[in-house]
Design a protein around this ligand. Structure first.
Ligand code: NAD
Length: 350
């Protein structure tokens, strides 16, 4: 019998389910017939991201805060899996306000993880981050080699990994961290001081404004389309324990590390496409894609400013571990993903 690669007939809690990544997970899980609970305080998430979900009787929205243990406990009751996305994203936000980022990203994380363990959740899959690689220069990034964190945000995401490993060891809850690399796609917010670069550039170009690149445009990122991230979350949740451990053993031996199969699963994986694109190339692709619908976009000049604090120059993931253990096989490269994303923005940006 062919093994399933998607989550079906389960009850799943998506924290941060009103956000960019969370709401996309919610919709896919509902489409696959699951029961889905969303816990979100709408700090950055939007009700309109849940428009479709709210019409589905298998969907339950809990407006609450992961910093409140009671909210976490109520939300997770009866769930098979947790896909924990709730956090305050953005490196610059964490530099401006490290206290709130830490409260939510560490305090809230621990509460959600502990509530999941108390509720008997089988596996806790959580959004980790490529920022954990910090100042380590080696490319591509492999999971077991990290540098020093360059921002409060990066620290919070690394501390989460430490808590996840510790909770797996002492309480026996399986945890899987997905280190996302610059995710983009439908519903990513183009507005606000902490907007991500792709939606910001798309909305600026569509409004005939010049996009501002921090630095000389040579910094590069492994931009990852949302549907690749959805695939990774599903595989991280459903890969059977025995299979996971067998493959992990082989992978660990391959990189010269020992692996004790008696220990509860607690692993991290890069989630990316596995190619890097400079910011200058990114704007060129966007101009090319968008100018098919509005030829003036091709003539917009790019502006350049100073580099931003906390930014790493280059980022590129090895996706070998996720491929070998979870069978992760991203289908969308940057150009295909950008075409899908720009089509969505053209229909949805007013
Ligand atoms: P997002 O801001 O769109 O979504 C985060 C969601 O969490 C929002 O709906 C927000 O309202 C909710 N939230 C925040 N604080 C909360 C709280 N205290 N209680 C309950 N809900 C709360 O961001 P996103 O891009 O969808 O990111 C999802 C996750 O992925 C985050 O953990 C983020 O750190 C991580 N991540 C994202 C990227 C990326 O490129 N987008 C890269 C690496 C990691």
């Amino acid at each position: 019998m062919k093994e399933s690669r998607i989550i079906e007939n389960k009850k799943v809690l998506v924290t941060g389910g009103a956000g960019f990544i969370g709401s996309n997970l919610v919709d896919v899980l509902l489409k696959q017939g699951n029961e889905v609970v969303c816990l979100d305080n709408f700090a950055t998430g939007k009700r309109k991201n849940l428009q479709l979900a709210l019409q589905n009787e298998k969907f339950k929205l809990i407006e609450g805060d992961i910093r409140n243990f009671e909210d976490c406990t109520v939300a997770v009751q009866g769930c098979d899996y947790v896909l924990h996305q709730a956090a305050l994203g953005s490196v610059p936000r964490s530099i401006t306000d490290p206290m709130t980022t830490t409260d939510v990203n560490i305090g809230g994380f621990v509460k959600m993880l502990f509530a999941s363990k108390e509720a008997g959740v089988k596996r806790f899959v959580y959004a980790a981050s490529s920022s954990t690689y910090g100042d380590h220069k080696a490319l591509p990034k492999v999971e077991h080699i990290i540098g020093n964190a360059l921002s409060p945000y990066a620290i919070t995401k690394y501390v989460d990994e430490l808590f996840a490993k510790n909770f797996s060891d002492i309480y026996g809850i399986e945890t899987v961290g997905l280190r996302y690399f610059n995710v983009f796609g439908r519903r990513q917010d183009p507005n606000g001081a902490y907007a991500a670069v792709i939606p910001k550039f798309v909305s600026q170009l569509m409004a005939h404004n010049s996009p501002l690149i921090n630095g000389d445009g040579s910094y590069s990122r492994d931009f990852t389309y949302i549907d690749n991230v959805i695939q990774a979350n599903q595989l991280a949740a459903i890969t059977p324990t025995i299979d996971f451990k067998d493959k992990l053993k082989h992978y660990s031996e391959g990189i010269g590390k020992s692996y004790d199969q008696e220990i509860t699963i607690s692993e991290v994986f890069n989630v990316a496409y596995g190619e890097r694109t400079t910011l200058k190339e990114l704007v060129e692709i966007l101009q090319m894609t968008l100018s098919k619908f509005d030829s003036q976009i091709n003539d917009i000049k790019i502006s350049y400013g100073p580099n931003r604090g906390g930014d790493i120059p280059h980022s590129l993931a090895s996706i070998e571990k996720a491929n070998k253990i979870l069978g992760y096989d991203p289908k969308y490269d940057i150009k295909t993903g950008l075409l899908e994303a720009t089509n969505w923005y053209r229909e949805n940006l007013v």
